[in-house]
Design a binder for this molecule. Structure first.
Ligand SMILES: C[S@@+](CC[C@H](N)C(=O)[O-])C[C@H]1O[C@@H](n2cnc3c(N)ncnc32)[C@H](O)[C@@H]1O
Length: 371
């Protein structure tokens, strides 16, 4: 059975997610909020296991206009829930309403839940649904009167790879870090260095890519518990991901930070990600940094200078990043920053720029190539 899936993405990363899906062999198409592809239920697991930059993989069950609660009820009722959910399924329904006639999230959730339960009770010929089994998270999203009903195949969001259990002051989400590695055009044979690495997210994501480690290898996904994917397919996809992982592949990835506490967390994350002794972290000030390697990539997420009085010191550090690149003329540098004056402070125009969001913060990723 073929389904449509939506791999959701942070604003600005839709194309990156679509490219990842294409490399996996799917005919994917980017759209606002994510990238769409189609496949069998087992393909949802493959996407969950391998996508580095997406937030979730949703199974799209219905899309149509919904102007009234009756429209909503009928659309939800029309989904063949009895073929998707087991008798004891727990069915949490979440909702989202944006610029639509139906704007009460709570009412939409309640109407959708009633439609699902009514259909299931009719088709299963029962008058009670225990909801004691696995959770099948349903989302009802209405944007500009267009309804989309989805089943979340991921469970916990995909950035939860399992290695980050403590957070530093301003950690970069794992999915965004993976996207920055992608956007820097770093090749795993090159050195990669983060001069203000904090808790090390960019470095770990780069190491995962270098070793072809599926980001979902050490966690499970909601779709594995759905019963829609044969156990043999789950075992095969997981065995393939295990076989693909090449921990012994050589790479040159490292970083430094001025804050020893952040580095302590970084070392812990590196150990938890299985890269102990492979990603060296040093306590160092980037203003003094000098590396011996050639043709590397600096990749970093410097302080944002958001707090009052911090903007000036953040700009002074952006200038230092510009000087760091000048001291390493064969290197390139990718920097994510929210300050519109970033390039001026850095001392040079970016070769390429891309607008994206770090959480709610609008940012730009700047890539500096050549001299
Ligand atoms: C936004 S955080 C980086 C977060 C990191 N990407 C992570 O995932 O945890 C910015 C980092 O820059 C570091 N920093 C500030 N000034 C520095 C300097 N002069 N040299 C090196 N690191 C510095 C801070 O200690 C902080 O950890």
């Amino acid at each position: 059975m073929t389904f449509t899936f939506l791999a959701t993405a942070a604003f600005g990363l839709e194309g990156v997610v679509a490219d990842e899906l294409k490399r996996m062999g799917f005919a994917a198409r980017a759209e606002i909020g994510g990238a769409r592809f189609s496949g069998e239920p087992a393909d949802a697991l493959r996407a969950n296991l391998w996508l580095r930059t997406a937030d979730r993989v949703l199974m799209v069950l219905c899309e149509r206009e919904a102007l009234t609660f009756e429209d909503l009820y009928q659309a939800v009722y029309a989904v063949p829930w009895e073929t998707l959910l087991p008798r004891d399924a727990a069915i949490p329904v979440s909702g989202k309403c944006v610029r639509s006639r139906l704007m009460s999230v709570r009412d939409c959730q309640a109407v959708a839940k009633k439609a699902i339960v009514t259909r299931l009770m009719e088709r299963l010929r029962t008058n009670a649904l225990p909801e004691t089994g696995e959770a099948f998270p349903v989302e009802v999203a209405i944007r500009q009167d267009q309804l989309r009903i989805t089943l979340d195949t991921s469970g916990e969001a995909l950035n939860r790879r399992g290695y980050r259990t403590w957070n530093g002051e301003a950690p970069l989400r794992e999915t965004l870090a993976a996207a920055l590695v992608e956007l820097s055009h770093w090749r795993p044979e090159q050195p990669l260095y983060d001069p203000c690495c904090g808790t090390g997210t960019l470095l770990i994501e780069a190491a995962m890519r270098a070793t072809r480690r599926a980001p979902g290898l050490k966690r499970s996904f909601a779709c594995e518990r759905f019963g829609l994917i044969a156990k043999a397919d789950i075992d095969r996809l997981r065995a393939q991901a295990e076989a693909e992982y090449a921990p012994e592949v050589p790479f040159d990835i490292g970083g430094s930070d001025i804050d020893p506490e952040a580095l302590e967390l970084g070392r812990r994350h590196i150990r938890q990600a299985g890269f102990e002794y492979r990603i060296p972290l040093e306590a160092d000030d980037l203003r003094r940094l000098q590396l011996p390697q050639e043709n590397g990539v600096f990749l970093c997420n410097p302080p944002y200078g958001e707090r009052l009085g911090d903007a000036e010191s953040a700009r002074a550090l952006y200038r230092e990043l510009g000087l760091l690149l000048r001291r390493h003329p064969t290197w390139r540098m990718g920097v994510i920053a929210a300050d519109p004056a970033f390039e001026r402070a850095f001392g040079r125009r970016a070769t390429r720029k891309r607008r994206l969001y770090n959480g709610r913060l609008e940012c730009e990723f700047h890539l500096f190539v050549g001299r």
